[in-house]
Design a protein around this ligand. Structure first.
Ligand code: SAM
Length: 276
């Protein structure tokens, strides 16, 4: 069956909508991706053209159609222990420093946010690293990891805590043994005590403010900003800064940089910044 064609004005409409609602910048190079990823949706809904589909999305007051479109067009690629130096930095620098500070404040509360968590690997990796740091004994500690994403499909996968054999490849064997159990048909489930540390929520990072009561000691916002244009990135960094504890850390993806932005974060090492 031949693909439904995407006209220039239709591509402009769809990319403007995605940009306005999610900050995602669909450049001309992403044209083929739009055609490919939305074909099935157009066929299933029997839309004769992208314009007809676009009209349906903007007139659907439930927001479901837009959600579906975002799900189809966002890139959710992720894996356990991605950019592994970040987790070494957590173990060797962040946690020891944090524990010392918390002791002085007489607090035992640790808060981490995985912003743009996709299917959960980033948040679960952070949870395994914390658990390991505390020798799997977190009694007396209040550790909470918030993991948010705009994609409902990605969040569903994350909440399930189920991963296939090949998705476990980057996990050090000792962690795999401790924190995963076979759950049949080549899938593995993450340990409930690791899962219980994480709260998965849908959140659009483009919102002007976020419904959080407190600040975070560590924020991961990795490989998310890459899809936003400069103005959107700047606004997001300001918001992330607002929600970072003083002396807290922001981790970004290695292909992302804060250097071109006026920012109150101090550069520590590639892709790691500290709020001063
Ligand atoms: C490539 S994944 C990165 C996942 C993980 N942080 C990592 O580095 O492996 C990017 C994620 O950002 C999410 N995302 C894109 N735009 C977003 C927005 N406006 N608000 C929240 N999440 C968004 C996508 O749904 C996707 O799951």
């Amino acid at each position: 069956m031949e693909n439904i064609k995407l006209q220039d004005d239709e591509f402009r409409l769809i990319s403007r909508l995605l940009y306005n609602r999610c900050g995602i910048n669909l450049t001309e190079q992403k044209r083929a991706l739009v055609v490919e990823r939305l074909q099935k949706t157009l066929r299933a809904g029997q839309f004769p053209s992208f314009k007809a589909y676009y009209k349906h999305v903007i007139s659907d007051t439930s927001g479901e159609a837009l959600l579906h479109m975002v799900d189809r067009l966002s890139t959710n690629h992720t894996f356990f222990f991605r950019e592994t130096e970040h987790y070494d930095f957590l173990r060797l620098r962040v946690f020891p420093q944090l524990l010392e500070r918390l002791q002085k404040q007489n607090s035992r509360k640790i808060r981490i946010w995985s912003a743009g968590c996709s299917s959960g690997e980033e948040a679960y990796t952070a949870a395994m690293v914390i658990s390991d740091f505390f020798d799997d004994d977190l009694s007396g500690w209040d550790v909470g990891i918030l993991a948010t994403d705009i994609s409902v499909t990605a969040l569903e996968k994350a909440r399930s805590g189920l991963y296939r054999n090949n998705q476990l490849e980057c996990i050090p064997p000792a962690y795999r043994l401790r924190y995963f159990k076979p759950s049949g048909k080549g899938t593995w489930s993450i340990a409930p005590e690791i899962q219980d540390m994480i709260l998965f929520r849908r959140l659009n990072l483009m919102n002007e403010s976020y419904p959080f009561k407190g600040l975070f000691h560590v924020i991961f916002c990795r490989n998310v900003m890459i899809y936003f244009d400069n103005a959107t990135q700047q606004k997001l960094i300001n918001r992330l800064h607002y929600y970072t504890e003083p002396n807290g850390y922001l981790f970004v993806g290695h292909s992302e940089s804060l250097s071109q932005y006026r920012s109150m974060y101090k550069y520590i090492q590639p892709a790691i910044f500290q709020k001063i």
